[in-house]
Design a protein around this ligand. Structure first.
Ligand SMILES: Cc1cc2nc3c(=O)[nH]c(=O)nc-3n(C[C@H](O)[C@H](O)[C@H](O)COP(=O)(O)OP(=O)(O)OC[C@H]3O[C@@H](n4cnc5c(N)ncnc54)[C@H](O)[C@@H]3O)c2cc1C
Length: 388
């Protein structure tokens, strides 16, 4: 049994199989990094900058969590998957599989906007968050030399949860502590494109988030897609340009290239359109889990969201079905029940909706921190439990 990707989906699948299998089923877990990245915390670039980009608080070493389990970790870059020969090609060799879980996550989608891949930052990957933290820190150091009252301008592109959390984090970080007493707080702009601000989240949560962003000085610019990115400026759909010292792309995700190229049914943004059991249509024993998969909830007709919460929930069903494929018992369908949603809004603030109750302020921020810590601890225990 082979699992590709040790993110929320892949690590949970591997740990789930190791826990369920009565006879220590050997599992090979492959990732390009030797650590599990706590991707849901990568918006914390102020804290990362203060930590000198030391990312230990944002990662969990895989060797440590997989010690004394039947999961063997192999570090490698997945280059292609051959369903006919049931083989995975890595940068250094190949691995055969009987059953397979594809859990390779998602990458930034730039929609062909010129300049965006090269000139914007991102927090979808740990290396991107580290680079942004470094650039922000240096931009703030230089801000002491700006003429008059000028401040650095940071443009966050994309008004979903990631863009919102990031804009609030940058606006509420004490940059004087991070970059020295002369640092001037940046002007932060949040640009929402054709999708409304925090599209799909409950209206009360959206109202809270909007008011907190306003209070911490984030300027919101609504309804314009970015058309091009040049050094120090971004072109938007009405023909005008926004000047900025740093631009961060939080405008969307798609499946990685090797997944988009697989000969299987694809959904939106190249995700693998899986059936209700998470199995890939036409390829028995191969499952797709997490951001890489598109699953339509048969009850509601809506697509299961690309979140860590959903990835971990799917992984439980996938682990069960991988084992079922080995023993020949019937597969079970995945059923998604959202536990709630929490959006961080900078130092000591968040807004959330848990079981249809809206929470905000410091209780919501505390809950967010508890949920994040509880997740990291549960990974170490060998059972990744749900996130919000
Ligand atoms: C800033 C931010 C905040 C978020 N906050 C929340 C939140 O509060 N709650 C929530 O539920 N969700 C949140 N999300 C979404 C959540 O992080 C994703 O939905 C989740 O990471 C999906 O899990 P995954 O396992 O599918 O992918 P990932 O966690 O991205 O894991 C994919 C793994 O595959 C590996 N990989 C990829 N390609 C290759 C390759 N070719 N070879 C080898 N290895 C490879 C990667 O190294 C990675 O370890 C947030 C996302 C971001 C960016």
């Amino acid at each position: 049994m082979v699992v590709l990707g040790a993110g929320y989906a892949g690590l949970s699948v591997a740990q789930g199989v190791a826990r369920r299998g009565r006879d220590r089923i050997p599992v090979i877990l492959i990732d390009r990094h030797p650590v599990h990245v706590l991707r849901t915390e990568l918006y914390e670039v102020g804290r990362l900058a203060a930590a000198g980009e030391d990312a230990r608080s944002w990662t969990v070493p895989l060797a440590r969590v997989l010690e004394r389990t039947s999961v063997e970790f192999r570090q490698g870059d997945v280059r292609s998957i051959d369903f006919d020969h049931r083989q995975v090609e890595l940068d250094g060799g190949s691995v055969s599989f009987g059953t397979l879980a594809i859990c390779l996550g998602s990458v930034a989608s730039y929609y062909g906007v010129p300049g965006a891949p090269e000139l914007t930052h991102q927090v979808y990957r740990l290396s991107g968050a580290q680079r942004l933290a470094r650039e922000l820190k240096e931009t703030e150091v230089r801000s002491a030399q700006l003429p008059g009252e000028a401040r650095p301008r940071v443009l966050v592109i994309g008004g979903g949860s990631t863009g919102t959390e990031l804009a609030a984090e940058i606006a509420t970080t004490d940059w004087r502590k991070v970059s020295g007493p002369g640092a001037r707080p940046p002007d932060v702009f949040l640009l929402t494109g054709s999708l409304p601000f925090l599209a799909g989240l409950p209206p009360k949560l959206i109202a809270r988030a909007r008011s907190v962003l306003h209070r911490v000085g984030v300027t919101m610019i609504h309804g314009y897609n970015v058309t091009r990115v040049d050094p120090s400026r971004v072109g938007i759909a009405d023909g005008s340009e926004l000047a900025c010292d740093l631009a961060v792309w939080c405008a969307g995700l798609e499946a990685p290239k090797i997944v988009r190229e697989l000969p299987v049914p694809h959904g939106k943004a190249g995700r693998i359109a899986v059936g209700p059991t998470l199995e890939v249509p036409g390829v028995p024993g191969v499952f797709a889990v997490g951001d890489v998969a598109e699953l339509r909830d048969p009850e509601t007709g809506s697509v299961v969201p690309g979140t860590a919460q959903a990835a971990i929930a799917e992984a439980r069903t996938a682990a069960q079905n991988l084992l079922a494929r080995r023993t020949g018992v019937p597969l079970v369908p995945f059923q998604y029940r959202e536990r709630g949603v929490l959006v961080a809004l900078g130092r000591g603030a968040a807004a959330g909706a848990v079981r249809h109750v809206t929470i905000w302020g410091s209780p919501a921020a505390l809950l967010k921190r508890i949920v994040q810590r509880e997740y990291a601890v549960s990974v170490e225990r060998g059972e990744a439990s749900g996130l919000l």
